[in-house]
Design a protein. Structure first.
Length: 290
C-alpha cells in the first residue's frame, strides 16, 4: 500500500489512460507514459520499469501529472505539453507558433537525404524552404555532414523555434535565414543539389480531422489557398532558380494532390516527376529533376 501522501504509480497510470481514451486521444497508453515520464524526468522505458517495481508518486508529482492530463484531454498536442518532438535521431523544441513535425515527414526527409548523398559534388548544397522547427534541414545537416544546408523560414512565430533548434543541434554545416521562400537565397541560384519542402498544402475549405492539428498548429503552416497549392506554385518557381541542372526537388503534400502537383510541375518544365507513398500507402511526396 502507498504510504501517507503517496500514490500508486500503477493506479495513476491506469487512470490517465482511461481519461485520455475517453477524450478520444489516439494511443492513450503511449501518451500516459510519456506525460508521466515528463514529470518524473524518465523515459517511457523508465516509467515502465517503475511500474514493474510498483513505484509510488508524491502529491506534487501526482498533481503535476493531473494538470497535464487535463490539457491533453482537451487535445492540446502532447509535444506542446512536453516541449519536445522526436524527429529521426533528433529531439526538437516545439510549442505554440510552429508546426509539430510528423512521422511521415521523416520519410520525406529520407528522400532528400538519399538525393543529397547521391550528389557528385564534394560539398553538395541543400535548401529546406519553409523550415518550421528546422526538422528536415537539421536531419540533412546531421546525416549528410559533407553537405552544406540552408534552412529558410519567414514566420515571425515559427522562426524563434527554428533558431532555437538550430542553435541546440549546432550543426556546423547549417545556415539559417529569415526569408520568404519565393525569393530566398538568390546567391545560390544554379548551385543547389537538393531543394526540399513541407509547405502548407491544406485547401482552405478542408478542415483537418485531428483537433491537435485544427486547433493548435499555426494556420500559415497548414493552409495553401483554395486548392492547397498556392505555396507549391511559388516553391516550384523558386526551386527552378536554385537548383543546378539535374538537381532534385522533394515536396511533401496531401494524399490526393499528386496529380495536381504533377501537372503543375510539368507545366513549369520539371522532368522525371515521381510520387512516393508513406508507410500507410498514401501518396505523401513528389520528386522531380531540374
Amino acid at each position: 500500500m502507498p504510504g501517507p501522501g503517496a500514490h500508486s504509480l500503477r493506479a495513476i497510470r491506469d487512470g490517465v489512460v482511461a481519461r485520455l481514451a475517453a477524450a478520444g486521444v489516439p494511443d492513450p497508453e503511449v501518451d500516459a507514459e510519456l506525460l508521466i515520464g515528463h514529470v518524473l524526468g524518465l523515459s517511457r522505458g523508465g516509467v515502465q520499469a517503475k511500474l514493474v517495481m510498483d513505484g509510488e508518486l508524491g502529491e506534487p508529482d501526482a498533481a503535476a501529472i493531473d494538470a497535464l492530463v487535463a490539457r491533453r484531454a482537451r487535445r492540446e498536442p502532447l509535444q506542446h505539453l512536453t516541449g519536445r518532438a522526436a524527429f529521426r535521431s533528433l529531439e526538437l523544441h516545439v510549442g505554440p507558433g510552429v508546426f509539430v513535425p510528423r512521422p511521415e515527414t521523416e520519410e520525406v526527409a529520407q528522400l532528400a537525404i538519399d538525393a543529397l548523398r547521391a550528389a557528385a559534388e564534394p560539398e553538395p548544397i541543400a535548401v529546406d524552404l519553409g523550415s518550421g522547427t528546422g526538422a528536415i534541414a537539421l536531419a540533412l545537416a546531421t546525416e549528410v555532414p559533407h553537405a552544406r544546408v540552408w534552412a529558410v523560414e519567414n514566420s515571425p512565430e515559427a522562426f524563434p523555434w527554428t533558431r532555437r533548434n538550430v542553435e541546440a543541434v549546432a550543426a556546423p554545416n547549417l545556415d539559417l535565414v529569415f526569408a520568404d521562400l519565393a525569393v530566398a537565397l538568390p546567391e545560390l541560384d544554379g548551385r543547389v543539389a537538393v531543394v526540399v519542402s513541407n509547405p502548407p498544402y491544406v485547401p482552405l475549405n478542408e478542415m483537418p480531422r485531428d483537433p491537435e492539428v485544427r486547433l493548435y498548429d499555426p494556420e500559415p503552416a497548414l493552409y495553401g489557398g483554395a486548392d492547397g497549392l498556392d505555396v507549391v506554385r511559388a516553391l516550384s518557381r523558386r526551386a527552378l532558380g536554385l537548383l543546378r541542372p539535374g538537381g532534385v526537388l522533394v515536396i511533401e503534400h496531401g494524399e490526393r494532390q499528386s496529380a495536381g502537383i504533377a501537372a503543375l510541375l510539368a507545366s513549369d518544365g520539371w522532368r522525371a516527376i515521381s510520387h512516393h507513398r508513406d508507410l500507410t500507402t498514401r501518396d505523401r511526396a513528389t520528386t522531380a529533376l531540374r
